[in-house]
Design a protein around this ligand. Structure first.
Ligand code: C2O
Ligand code: CU
Length: 472
């Protein structure tokens, strides 16, 4: 048995093509290639309505980092040049990449040291709304400003007047407009996570969607906040959801969205109000900071007087359909948090109490009675799957907290919440697990490798709610 860390240290390990699945081999014959260079570094930026400059960590000096817009089937090369004083990596959230390109330090690659560069390369198999962010100390690196949108365009997109991206996040500022650098507090790890005191839309307070009367807008909402759940609602407009986490869903109208960290929703808005009017987009979550932004109707004549009639159904991606009749059942039990029943878990294989986990190890959560530290101290995989196995995963949340659970390298269908079948059996890579609930999902474990499975409240992940699934 070789250790994972030794494997990662051996030069060339990342370049091996031996485990490439058939689709990747086929994809490697595709010709169109798009190249990007991303340099994360410290930067000072001006925020609207905030005095002085604010300290960020940013990709190429902007927050969010540049929106990568690519076509389905395109090959993408990204050279990352680490301009930070600390190690980093980049994870392509929602993109079904080969394992070695997944950007998880210690698990799929060695961390990128300061002043060192690393090349990522993968093929965009799925169209949809995705994003990128570091997976190294993400509870700190993401809220400092390291996140960006990644849009893979459909071969045949739906008809809209405009396609817009809103990356939602929050930021914790002091009176001088500086970021409060209180990352990694055990109090945040063990509760709702570290919340900011200002909402940002595409890196600025107060989102503005400027429209003309009659327009149909596709709005891609991405929750890049490290801990905040957003429940956006738009005054005077209905939202038609056409995709969750980038994957097509039967178009349906909603009053309010439920967008946990890491999650995306593509919505279509028909803007049928009069020129010169304004409507608020408000967060209805109980911990909301109020208004997220506004729809502002420009003056001038209407583009059309009736909403477009064309179909909103997206073509959809070829995802492997899980067959429930032949699926194997697997279980994950979640415990912990500062509010609620005390837990007993294991740390480094030995049983311990929550008190001990907290005081000695800074950990506050367990999955299947095991709390895991930063990637470097990762234990054995939580679950093992045969490559191609049809999996039904039962997630049992015994905590008093909401957790957006994210799986790398795969999409799953959400089958049921608390035993009640979901209406759309939607595909997702991140699912919100309400407090004291059970959630059932299913997928085909077809992508070989060791894949992260963790809470996308990044403080919870750092507090023990992370592990891996091994597909081999
Ligand atoms: Cu968006 Cu494992 O992360
Ligand atoms: Cu969580």
């Amino acid at each position: 048995m070789f250790s994972r860390r030794e494997f990662l240290k051996s030069a060339g390990a990342l370049a091996t093509g031996a485990t490439l699945p058939a689709w990747a081999a086929a994809a490697s014959r595709s010709t169109a290639t798009k190249s990007y260079a991303l340099r994360p570094a410290e930067v000072e930026l001006a925020l609207a309505g905030v005095a002085g400059k604010t300290n960020f960590w940013a990709f190429n000096g902007t927050v969010p980092g540049q929106t990568m817009r690519i076509r389905r089937g395109e090959r993408v090369q990204i050279q990352v040049d680490n301009g930070l004083g600390v190690d980093t990596t980049i994870h392509w959230h929602g993109v079904r990449v080969p394992n070695a390109m997944d950007g998880v330090p210690q698990v799929t690659q060695a961390p990128i040291k300061p002043n060192i560069h690393f090349d990522y390369e993968w093929v965009a198999r799925d169209s949809g709304t995705f994003w990128y962010h570091p997976h190294q100390s993400s509870f700190e690196q993401v809220p400092r400003g390291l996140y960006g949108a990644l849009i893979v365009e459909e071969d045949k997109p739906i008809t809209v007047d405009r396609d817009e991206v809103w990356m939602l996040a929050d930021i914790k500022l002091d009176e001088e407009g500086r970021q409060v650098e209180d990352f990694g507090r055990i109090l945040d790890f063990g509760n709702e996570g570290r919340l900011g005191n200002h909402v940002l839309v595409n890196g600025q307070p107060g989102g503005r969607l400027t429209v003309r009367s009659g327009e149909r807008i596709r709005l891609r909402l991405i929750n890049a906040a490290s801990a905040r759940v957003f429940k956006p609602a738009i005054a005077g407009h209905s939202m038609t959801v056409i995709a969750y986490d980038g994957q097509a869903v039967e178009p349906h109208a909603v009053e309010v969205l439920d967008l946990g960290p890491g999650m995306r929703a593509d919505i279509v808005i028909d803007c049928m109000h009069a020129a010169g009017t304004t409507f608020a987009i408000v967060d209805r979550h109980r911990r909301s900071l109020g208004e997220i932004g506004r729809i502002v109707y420009q003056d001038g004549k209407a583009v059309r007087n009736k909403p477009l009639k064309s179909s909103l159904l997206l073509p959809g991606n070829r995802l492997p359909e899980p067959n429930i009749d032949m699926a194997t059942d697997h279980y994950i039990v979640f415990q912990g948090g500062m509010r609620g029943a005390p837990i007993i878990g294991t740390i480094d294989g030995k049983p311990g109490k929550i008190q001990e986990l907290m005081e000695k190890h800074g950990l506050t959560w367990t999955m299947n009675f095991s709390a895991q530290h930063e990637h470097a101290l990762m234990h054995e995989p939580l679950l093992h799957f045969r490559k191609g196995e049809h999996v039904r995963l039962h997630m049992i949340n015994e905590t008093e907290y909401t957790h957006p659970m994210h799986l790398h390298g795969h999409f799953f269908r959400v089958l049921a919440v608390d035993g009640k079948a979901t209406r759309f059996r939607e595909w997702r890579d991140t699912v919100l697990m309400p407090p004291r609930s059970s959630v059932e999902v299913a997928f085909v474990a077809d992508n070989p490798g060791e894949w992260m499975y963790h809470c996308h409240i990044l403080d919870h992940a750092a507090g023990g709610m992370m592990g891996t699934f091994l597909v081999e």
